[in-house]
Design a protein around this ligand. Structure first.
Ligand SMILES: [Mn+2]
Length: 275
């Protein structure tokens, strides 16, 4: 099964995590994944790396998100693949796809929840703020004029295990669905529990959801994760249960020695590469 989409966005944004190695990840993913529909390579400008108003490299990350939103609004694709880049690379795409598909379910497959705000973030790194931006909160230049793209009830966190205190509080208070690493390993198919069969879904895949001892090619290695094979099982379950209308692959660091077959298995579970 091939993931149908109208446009592929290749987004070598790295300033959101302040780790330039993920820019090479975008290029490597673009090499691995055959183009579907049009393919657009987005230029990422240079800019100051200082923290401004609580966000590191604010000028660059805000400008890239703004440009992506503008391009998506102009072209208006219903189905989008983003090859990042850091975890902010697909924020514009998730927001756009959510607007096109009412009731969209978002699977945030990531060791982190990316629910920080400029006020709560210990690091000021915008790649830890993307999901909160989609829920309508954060720096106004990242949130944009559209307001909240998503309700917290439509998000499932998969494999999450490294939350800042303010994020953990938010997840509890918002009652967000969580499938922790142990649950992913025990029963990967459990990720879709409670979600309507055939409904539209978006998959945000941060490579760091995988256990770094199994697959180390990621920007923020976070021990205690499921092995890549279990993550692939969860992705396959999502693809089988839903109409997947968008995927973002983020934080891949190909310069770290690893078995690329495991990356191909993740991409294959989503129909992005052949078996
Ligand atoms: Mn992450």
């Amino acid at each position: 099964m091939v993931l149908e989409r109208e446009v592929d966005l290749v987004v070598p944004l790295w300033q959101g995590g302040d780790d330039v190695r993920v820019a090479a990840g975008a290029a490597e993913l673009a090499r691995m994944v055959p183009a579907g529909g049009g393919r657009l390579h987005v230029a990422v400008p240079d800019g100051g790396r200082e923290v401004v108003e609580g966000v590191r490299s604010l000028e660059v990350v805000a400008e890239v998100v703004r440009q992506l939103r503008e391009r998506l609004a102009h072209r208006d694709p219903g189905r989008v693949l983003t090859l990042g880049g850091d975890c902010l690379s697909d924020v514009a795409a998730v927001g756009h796809v959510a607007g096109r598909h009412p009731g969209l379910v978002v699977y945030w497959v990531d060791a982190h929840a990316d629910l920080n705000t400029p006020e709560s973030s210990p690091s000021g790194r915008a790649h830890g703020m993307g999901l909160r931006v989609l829920l309508g909160e954060g720096h106004p230049r990242l949130v944009g004029s559209g307001g909240a793209a998503l309700a917290a009830s439509r998000v499932t966190l998969v494999g999450v295990r490294d939350l800042d205190a303010a994020e953990a509080l938010f997840v509890r208070e918002a009652g967000m669905a969580v499938v922790d690493p142990v649950e992913v390993m025990a029963d990967p198919g459990r990720v879709v529990a409670g979600r309507a069969a055939g409904s539209p879904a978006y998959v945000h895949l941060d490579m760091d959801v995988c256990d770094p001892f199994d697959l180390p090619a990621m920007a923020c290695p976070t021990p205690g994760g499921p092995p890549a094979a279990a993550v692939a099982g969860a992705l396959a379950a999502i693809a089988a249960h839903h109409d997947v209308v968008g995927v973002g692959v983020c934080e891949y660091v190909p310069v770290v020695e690893h078995d690329q077959g495991k990356v191909r298995a993740l991409l294959g579970a989503l129909g992005l590469v052949g078996a």
